[in-house]
Design a protein around this ligand. Structure first.
Ligand code: ZN
Length: 293
């Protein structure tokens, strides 16, 4: 029941907004286009494509869990002042629609995942680099509509970044090729890597579903332990922004090694190992290859 934010709470949040302090992730103001992104990965992309013309803030910052996020007075203030709002969609930010409504903003809201082929109810479409290209195109187009004078800048920044994404995709494929096919299996806490799995041919088995809202049951844990034994799964992974106790418990019961931490739903604050989307994906594939090779 954490998904819905009662209207009264939102009203209180908006009323308090005038007294809130500045967010951690905001660039200078001046005459820059004020962009609000729902979480850290969209913050990264809006910053890259927007360059010097934009000031981007993220509602859910590094290392935080957007699934169970509860908006603050500061968030209502920043949504209210935004000239462009960027969200993931696919049901990821269940709290966002009401926050946007309550803030009375008239800024356009871009659903950055628009055009992605959804995999059921899984919102983590950014875990596919091909999908990332769709996200970046949508952000570029939204910036051009909100700030037509910046068109040349946004097109150039997006085009340069698309080349980086193409290199990243090729590098991940080459890295997966170095893992023996029978060992391309890992366990994670929540089911955040379905799009990655579909693109790169690694099987992910998760104790929790596609959201962290529901905790794993005894039956879920028994299913994971059985899978580890029957399928010879070589490694377990922590995820940033997700409680590590479940993974520790499964490791203790099965003796399977913990391969490290994968970044699924949030970046790290700089200078962490996943301060950008590209760094996050490179970190993840390095950890996976090290654990499975
Ligand atoms: Zn998630």
């Amino acid at each position: 029941m954490r998904r819905g934010l009662p209207a009264l709470v939102v009203a209180a949040v908006v009323a308090l907004a005038a007294n809130s302090s500045a967010p951690a992730q905001t660039a200078g103001t001046g005459d820059k286009l004020n962009v609000v992104a729902s979480f850290s990965i969209l913050h990264d992309w809006a910053t890259i494509v927007g360059g010097d013309r934009v000031a981007v803030s993220a509602l859910v910052g590094p290392a935080a869990d957007a699934h169970v996020y509860v908006p603050t007075p500061r968030d209502a203030k920043f949504v209210g002042a935004a000239r462009l709002i960027v969200v993931n969609g696919l049901g990821f930010e269940g709290w966002m629609d009401r926050l946007v409504q309550a803030s009375a903003t008239r800024a356009p809201v871009i659903v950055a995942s628009a055009g992605v082929v959804p995999a059921g109810i899984d919102p983590h479409a950014w875990q596919s680099v091909r999908n990332a290209e769709i996200y970046v195109s949508n952000i570029r187009d939204g910036l051009m509509r909100a700030d037509p004078q910046g068109r040349v800048t946004y097109e150039a920044n997006a085009a340069a970044y698309m080349q980086e994404l193409a290199r990243l995709d090729a590098d991940i494929r080459r890295a997966v090729d170095t893992i023996p096919p029978a060992r391309r299996k890992v366990i994670t806490t929540h089911d955040a890597f379905g799009y990655f799995a579909a693109d790169y041919g690694i099987t992910f088995i998760a104790a929790q579903g596609v959201s962290t809202e529901t905790e794993a049951s005894a039956r879920d844990i028994a299913r994971i332990i059985r899978a580890i034994r029957e399928q010879n799964i070589p490694a377990l992974f922590f995820e940033n922004a997700v409680d590590p106790r479940l993974v520790r418990r499964i490791a203790a019961e099965t003796g399977v090694r913990i391969g490290g931490t994968l970044f699924s739903d949030a970046l790290t604050a700089p200078p962490g190992p996943a301060a950008t989307y590209v760094d996050m994906m490179r970190h993840n594939i390095r950890e996976i290859v090290d654990a499975l090779k």
